[in-house]
Write a new protein. Structure first.
Length: 116
DNA sequence: TCCCTGACTGGTT
DNA sequence: AAACCAGCCAGGG
């Protein structure tokens, strides 16, 4: 299995608290794999029900929007899950990362782009 | 084992 | 602003 890397990714995703979001790139960096944002997406894609403890819905893309997936309808579910956690979407369907992005260590200006 | 595909991102055109 | 392009990695046929 690919767990060595996927495991690290899931572990980081699990750290994202309710009502907050993280970006794919951010998770990749936190997991120790800078520039592997795409792998984070793949890892989440391969999630099974058995891993439902992973809050996949709290992961959004670098622009604060829910990434479109191959299966239509999923994005709506993700948005609902986030709204249930009081995460707000603007008229363009985007989340204000400055306000909602999870910042584990220090709270900085929270650039919309986590430095890779 | 080769080949294809897929929840991304940042930099260039 | 939109389209392209190059990295990046694992799993299934």
């Amino acid at each position: 299995m690919a767990d060595s890397i996927y495991r690290r990714i899931y572990a980081e995703v699990r750290r994202v608290p309710r009502g907050r979001v993280a970006t794919y790139g951010q998770i990749a960096t936190l997991a120790g794999f800078p520039r592997h944002a795409r792998q984070v997406g793949y890892a989440l894609h391969s999630l099974r029900e058995s891993e439902e403890s992973v809050p996949w819905h709290r992961i959004v893309n670098g622009q604060g929007e829910v990434s479109p997936r191959s299966v239509p309808g999923w994005d709506e579910i993700q948005r609902e899950l986030l709204e249930n956690e009081d995460v707000e979407f603007d008229a363009r369907g985007r989340i204000d990362l400055v306000r909602y992005q999870w910042r584990p260590r220090s709270r900085r200006k929270a650039a919309a782009r986590p430095r890779l």
